[in-house]
Write a protein that binds this ligand. Sequence first.
Ligand SMILES: Nc1ncnc2c1ncn2[C@@H]1O[C@H](COP(=O)(O)OP(=O)(O)O)[C@@H](O)[C@H]1O
Ligand SMILES: [Mg+2]
Length: 309
Amino acid sequence: MIPDTFRRTTVDREGAPGAEWIDRLPGLVQELLERWGCAPDGPVTHGGVGLILPVRQPDGRAAVLKVSYPHPGNVHEPDAFAVWAGEGAVRLYERDDERFALLLERAHTSTLAELADGDQVVAVAGQLGRRLAVPAPPGLPHLPRLSDQADAWETQLRTDAAELAHPLPAPVVDAALATVRELGRRQPDLLVHGDLHGRNILRADREPWLAVDPKGYVGDPAYDGGTLLKSRALALIGAPDLRRAVHRAVDVFAEAAELERERVRRWAQLHAVQAAFWGRQHGFRVARGGEQLTAIVRFADHLAELLCH
Ligand SMILES: Nc1ncnc2c1ncn2[C@@H]1O[C@H](COP(=O)(O)OP(=O)(O)O)[C@@H](O)[C@H]1O
Ligand SMILES: [Mg+2]
C-alpha cells in the first residue's frame, strides 16, 4: 500500500523516525478511514511529504485522505484550508491535527505544471494567489508570520555570502539583503500559500484550478511570486533572451495577482540568491550533485543578477 519511492524518500530524509512512521502508516490510514466512514477509491499517490489516498465519503462525495509526515512545516496546512473555505483551494472536510491527517475535496490528478504555455501557468498561479490573499483571521494568531523569518534570512545570507565559494557580486547579495530589510521585516496581515507552484495547483470541476498543499503563512502575497518564479526557473533554461523571459514572468504574475511588479521582482531576486546558496550546500531535488547541479546553481546566480533591476 505504501509506494516504494515514498518509503525510501521518507526514510532517507527522516532516518529511523521516518521508518517507524512508515510502518505505522497503514494502521493510521485504516483508523482514519473507519472514523470518517470513508472507503478507498483508487490508487495511492504521494507528494514529497504526504501520502494521498482517493476515497469516497459515506454520502458518495469524492475526497482524498492526506496523511503527512509529522513535521513543523505541515502544521498549518489545515488552518489555511479552513480560512479559504473552498475559495481557490480544495475544501477541508475533516482534520486530525495529532495525526497530521486531512480529508480534502478531491480534484483531478493533472496539475498546472503540465501546461505547455508558460505565460498561462504564471497567470493562473497569479490569479489564484490573489484570491488566496485574504486577511488573516485575528482568531488564528498562531499562523507563522513570514516577517518572523526575516532575521534568520538575513543571518543566513550573510553567512553564506561570506563562507561559500560563489561568484555573486556584492551588489547582488546586497539587493537580497535590502529586500529582507525593506519588504521582509514588516508585511501585510494576509494569508500566503507559501509553496505556490504548478504541481500544487490541480485541475478541478468546481473551479478550473484549485490550490493544494499550503504552508499557511501570514505576510506579503508577492512572496509567492518568488516561489512561483523559482519553480519556473528550469523551464526558462535555454530561453533565447533570458532577461526578457524572466521579467515577462514577473510582469505576468504581478498583473494576474494585482501586485506591484517591483515587489514581485524583489522577492523573486531574494529567492534566486537563496536558491543559489542553498543549491551549493544541499543540492536540489532535481540534481544532488555533478555537472547538472553546477549548471543549475550557475543559472540561479544568473537569475539573481538579472532580477536586480
Ligand atoms: N485534493 C486532492 N485531489 C486530488 N489529488 C490530490 C489532492 N491533493 C493532493 N493530490 C495529489 O497528491 C499529490 C501530492 O499532494 P500534496 O498535497 O502536494 O503533497 P505534498 O505535501 O507531499 O507535496 C498532488 O500533486 C496531487 O497529485
Ligand atoms: Mg506538494
